[in-house]
Design a protein around this ligand. Sequence first.
Ligand SMILES: Cc1ncc(COP(=O)(O)O)c(C=O)c1O
Length: 267
Amino acid sequence: MERFRSGYGKLIEDTSVVPHDSAAALEAEILRVGADRVAAFFAEPVIGAGGVFLPPEHYFADVARICQKYGVLFVVDSVICGFARLGNWFGIERFGVSPDMIVFAKGVSSGYLPLGGVVVNGRVADPFWNQEGNPFLHGTTYAGHPSACAAAMANLDILEREDLFTVSREVETHLDSALRGLADHPLVAEVRSGVGVMGAVELTEEALTERGITTAEVFSEARARGVIVRPIPKALLVSPPLIITWEQVEHLTSTLYGALDAVMDRH
Ligand SMILES: Cc1ncc(COP(=O)(O)O)c(C=O)c1O
């Protein structure tokens, strides 16, 4: 995301960013850089904080095939999409592919205690487990902290006991249809939702540039009415708890509609 980079300089050297909706663009970039110089490709199952962008059909199947073809590790960032937000453990199962590595955090403990982790497949793990004198040395001070892990284990039990995977798929449908109701608002260019309990309401260019409306204003109006959404430069994002009720979904979207009306009246 540009706003996390500008003013900071290059964060990690020797990385490329490719369009999120084109597997062909990934292949072209691997060929441009040279396959032997590409270690890994990272992607989120659904782009979260970047604006809730759903992958095009076949995107992940194509990407997984390209990564395999060129010996590039396929790494999935499930920090937002994991732990039932897409109705399964890591989100990526939705697209029928198996990555080499998965990074996760947030939902593993539902935020009650901080925990993040990496899952790797046998091909990646093997050299560290089975080759003499080659342990994995990189770690952090609090890696595997017992209290955080205990909280996560309790949380995972709840996910299973309350079958939040099934609940999530129902909430996804409700949220999607409720958010679609915002699409006809004059300030709204597009609603993106329908895969996972998450969505984006993007404002029109006309609202943002000609009328000078900011998403921060919409955020403030919604917050004043008791609903917190996340403003990014062009859109308002929602990613509510998986146990949100149908009434609360309605409340969320009708409040957001009211907030958009209030901002429109001011401009
Ligand atoms: C998709 C995604 N990946 C990674 C991170 C960072 O995770 P952590 O704070 O556990 O390093 C975030 C944080 O919001 C995120 O949304």
